[in-house]
Design a protein around this ligand. Structure first.
Ligand code: ADP
Ligand code: MG
Length: 253
C-alpha cells in the first residue's frame, strides 16, 4: 500500500504546491511509483506536473462529488513513475456541494483505497484553508507534511493546523501522524531566516526535516514551463534540495 502524505498549511504561498510537485517528481526520479493528487481548486500542481488543464475532462471533483472511480481520472505525466489526479476550478464548488452528503469527510480516503496499492507514495496538495477538502486529505493520509516559510510570523497559524490534526485524529483518522515540518524559501543572507529556523526547531524538534529548501529562482520559473525542477533544471540548487528531501522522506519510512 502506498504511503499517503498530505501537504498542508492553511497559509497560502508557503510552498505547498512547489513541494508537492517537486517532491513527487523526485520520488518518481529515484524509482518510486507516485500519484500526485491535486485538491486545490487553483489546480497549480496539476499544471506544474505538466498536465494541460484543457485536456482534463474529469478531475478530483468528479471523484469527490459524483463518486467517479479514482482510476478513471488518473492521468499519466511525461515523467516516468509519476501520475496525477488533476483538479480544476470546478472543485471550488465541491466544498458547498459536499456539505449535505453522507460521509463527506471520508470521500477521498474511500476513493484512494482503490488505487493505493499501485503506488509507493501518494502526495496530496491541499488548498490554503482548513476546509472540508483539507479534512478529506487529512482523513485519507497516513501523515501530514507541513511546509513552513522562513519568514517573520512563520509559526503563526500553525496552532490552528495542529488543532485540526488533533480533531481529525480524535474523530476521523486516529493513525494520522505529523510526518515532518519543511522549512521553505530560506534566504541565507538574512538573520531572520536563521532565527526562524531556530524558532521552528525549538517548537517541532526532531520533526523538522534536515533538508531546508532555499529560495531558488529556478523553482519559481519551472511551473510556467509545466515541468518539475528535476526536468526543468536538474543541475539547479532547487533540484538538488528536493532530491535530498525525497531521499529523506524515503529513509523516514
Ligand atoms: P502554496 O502552494 O503554499 O500557496 P506555492 O508552492 O505556490 O505555495 O509557492 C508560492 C510562490 O512562491 C510560487 O510563486 C512559487 O513559485 C514560489 N516559490 C515556492 N518555493 C520557492 C522557493 N524555494 N524559491 C523561490 N520561489 C519559491
Ligand atoms: Mg498551492
Amino acid at each position: 500500500m502506498g504511503r499517503i502524505l498530505a501537504i498542508a498549511n492553511q497559509k497560502g504561498g508557503v510552498g505547498k504546491t512547489t513541494t508537492t510537485v517537486n517532491l513527487s517528481a523526485c520520488l518518481a526520479y529515484i524509482g518510486k511509483k507516485v500519484l500526485l493528487v491535486d485538491i486545490d481548486p487553483q489546480g497549480n500542481s496539476t499544471s506544474g506536473a505538466g498536465i494541460d488543464k484543457s485536456d482534463v475532462e474529469q478531475c478530483i471533483y468528479d471523484v469527490l462529488v459524483d463518486d467517479v472511480e479514482a482510476s478513471a481520472v488518473i492521468k499519466e505525466t511525461k515523467i516516468e513513475n509519476l501520475d496525477v489526479i488533476p483538479a480544476s476550478i470546478q472543485l471550488a464548488g465541491a466544498e458547498i456541494e459536499l456539505v449535505p452528503t453522507i460521509s463527506r469527510e471520508i470521500r477521498l480516503k474511500r476513493a484512494l483505497e482503490e488505487v493505493a496499492k499501485q503506488y509507493d507514495y501518494i502526495l496530496i496538495d491541499c488548498p490554503p484553508s482548513l476546509s472540508l477538502l483539507t479534512l478529506n486529505a487529512l482523513t485519507a493520509a497516513d501523515a501530514v507534511l507541513i511546509p513552513v516559510q522562513c519568514e517573520y510570523y512563520a509559526l503563526e497559524g500553525l496552532s490552528q493546523l495542529l488543532n485540526t490534526v488533533r480533531i481529525v485524529q480524535k474523530h476521523l483518522n486516529q493513525d494520522l501522524r505529523i510526518e515532518g515540518v519543511l522549512l521553505t524559501m530560506f534566504d541565507a543572507r538574512t538573520n531572520l531566516g536563521i532565527q526562524v529556523i531556530d524558532e521552528v526547531k525549538k517548537y517541532f524538534q526532531d520533526k523538522v526535516y534536515r533538508t531546508i529548501i532555499p529560495r531558488n529562482v529556478r523553482l519559481s520559473e519551472a511551473p510556467s514551463h509545466g515541468e518539475p525542477i528535476i526536468i526543468y533544471d536538474p543541475k539547479s540548487k532547487g533540484a538538488e534540495v528536493y532530491l535530498e528531501l525525497a531521499k529523506e522522506v524515503v529513509v523516514n519510512g
